[in-house]
Design a protein around this ligand. Structure first.
Ligand code: SF4
Length: 312
């Protein structure tokens, strides 16, 4: 959960997760849709699929025990260098370093390495870390470094005066800690999407995204991207025809919803629609009552529409 996500965002998800899935066996046995539902809103959904794949592999090949060998762990889905380091040092107290965004920033400043905080800096940092790591308590050492970055050597306004390592910090010594690493220019792409809320006899129509690609396997209201120069309503008619092979009879604007993903902003134009023809019900298509939405994992945009439907 902590890959690419802050501790504060993770805590409520983690608490719910360990209550419902307290063991590796319970994750391996769980239905993937239930796991996705629990993950809804946390993003990067491939992580939850990898947790399930990893649990199955640990049980099938390693008798339910996470191996201590970094080479074996690297072959498990979802285990990159950060997760391998975190698991081996925190769970087994092995001498394996971790470089996350916090640790990278701390070391760039300590060593006075200028430039963007990207992985090209990691080989130098790794050399230093391999020499610095203690023989014991590597769990504490790694967590302390990550916490130092999160709480003291913060990306903005680092607390250098109270920092326990300020006496050997090159950036502090030269007064350049605020410009290391070089701040990234944020490019936010904006996307407009038209969405159809189709209601029949108190039920709403939703469909499942394909099992690969972005937001794979999640459920959503039908619709799609508004092309450049296209009006949202025109896009809606086109998308519904393409996706469901039916024509719109009417479309009444219900609301606009703005949602931010990591690298883009989406504006959802939501319409309450009636169709000219009957919808074919096939696999991956459902009609659900409002109180049944909680059984279907959805991307955050569709979940926001559901919240509005419930509040109405
Ligand atoms: Fe970071 Fe400042 Fe500490 Fe250097 S002295 S490690 S810049 S908080």
């Amino acid at each position: 959960m902590l890959q690419q996500t802050t501790v504060n965002a993770v805590i409520p998800y983690y608490q719910k997760w360990v209550k419902k899935y307290p063991s590796m066996e319970s994750v391996a046995k769980a239905n993937e849709q239930d796991l996705l539902k629990m993950w809804q809103g946390l993003g990067y959904y491939s992580r939850v699929r990898n947790i399930k794949k990893a649990a199955n592999l640990f049980i099938e090949k390693f008798e339910g025990i996470v191996p201590k060998d970094p080479e074996l762990l690297r072959k498990i889905p979802g285990f990159g260098p950060y997760t391998v380091g975190a698991v081996l040092s925190i769970a087994y107290d092995l001498r394996v370093p971790i470089i996350d965004a916090n640790v990278r920033r701390v070391f760039m400043r300590l060593l006075g390495i200028e430039g963007y905080a990207d992985t090209s800096k990691d080989s130098v940092i790794l050399d230093i870390l391999n020499g610095l790591m203690p023989q014991k308590k590597n769990n504490i050492f790694n967590q302390a470094l990550m916490e130092l970055g999160a709480l003291v050597c913060r990306s903005k306004e680092p607390l250098c005066v109270m920092c326990p390592v300020n006496h050997f910090c090159a950036a502090y010594d030269r007064g350049i800690q605020e410009i290391i690493p070089t701040p990234k220019k944020k490019v936010i792409n904006e996307i407009d999407v038209s969405i159809a809320v189709i209601k029949k006899g108190g039920k709403y129509f939703i469909q499942q995204r394909s099992s690969s690609g972005l937001l794979a396997g999640l459920w959503e209201f039908p619709g799609g991207k508004v092309e450049k120069g296209e009006a949202p309503l025109v896009a809606l008619k086109r998308e519904i025809k393409e996706e469901l092979d039916v024509d719109l009879k009417s479309a009444k604007h219900m609301m606009d919803i703005v949602h931010y993903y990591t690298s883009f902003k989406v504006r959802l134009h939501v319409y309450l629609c009636e169709l000219e023809q009957k919808l074919k019900l096939e696999e991956g298509r459902k009609w659900v009552f409002v109180n049944e939405f909680n059984q279907y994992p959805m991307p955050s945009g569709s979940a926001k529409i559901v919240e509005k439907l419930i509040s109405q």
